[in-house]
Write a new protein. Structure first.
Length: 165
């Protein structure tokens, strides 16, 4: 069955949100690199790449179901600097929570539309978001433990830089 126009529009909006997320994380990577937190910069660059992959996965699904993704302009992130790695990671955690809510709403819309194929497809993203939130919460905790101690922040920076893809 071909995907509905309404579901195509909703999923297209999420494609654009994923691209916006990639742009945000790339901006965070640039800030972190400039602030000499190279581990955090690498982690954020990896996050940006993952968000691009999510956008591509959504787009491929829309196309597979006979729809056509509608792209929108991607605005610059609201922020370009953060006072600390902790604040940067807190913003990342908050952002991931918003993304999770967006996928929950998409799943609710798919359920209401009785589009069970899309509902099943969205389960991958919901599981992915659970992992993303847990990972961000871990790093928020690590940076909170480091506090304002630059040595401890650099230790955490080294740890986050060893992230396994």
């Amino acid at each position: 069955m071909k995907i509905s126009r309404e579901m195509t529009e909703l999923l297209s909006k999420q494609v654009n949100e994923e691209l916006k997320s990639a742009y945000l994380y790339q901006g965070m990577a640039i800030w972190a690199n400039d602030a000499k937190y190279v581990g955090l910069s690498g982690w954020m660059s990896h996050q940006a790449q993952e968000e691009m992959e999510h956008a591509q996965k959504l787009n491929a699904y829309i196309l597979e179901r006979g729809g056509a993704t509608v792209l929108a302009a991607v605005p610059a992130p609201d922020k370009a600097t953060w006072p600390s790695p902790l604040e940067c990671m807190k913003d990342t955690y908050d952002h991931e929570n918003k993304v999770t809510e967006a996928f929950y709403k998409l799943a609710e819309e798919a359920q209401a539309a009785r589009d069970y194929t899309t509902l099943e497809f969205l389960q991958w993203f919901i599981k992915e978001q659970t992992e993303e939130e847990a990972q961000c919460a871990y790093w928020v905790d690590r940076y909170e433990l480091a506090g304002d101690n630059k040595s401890a922040q650099l230790f955490v920076d080294g740890e986050i830089g060893r992230r396994q893809a």
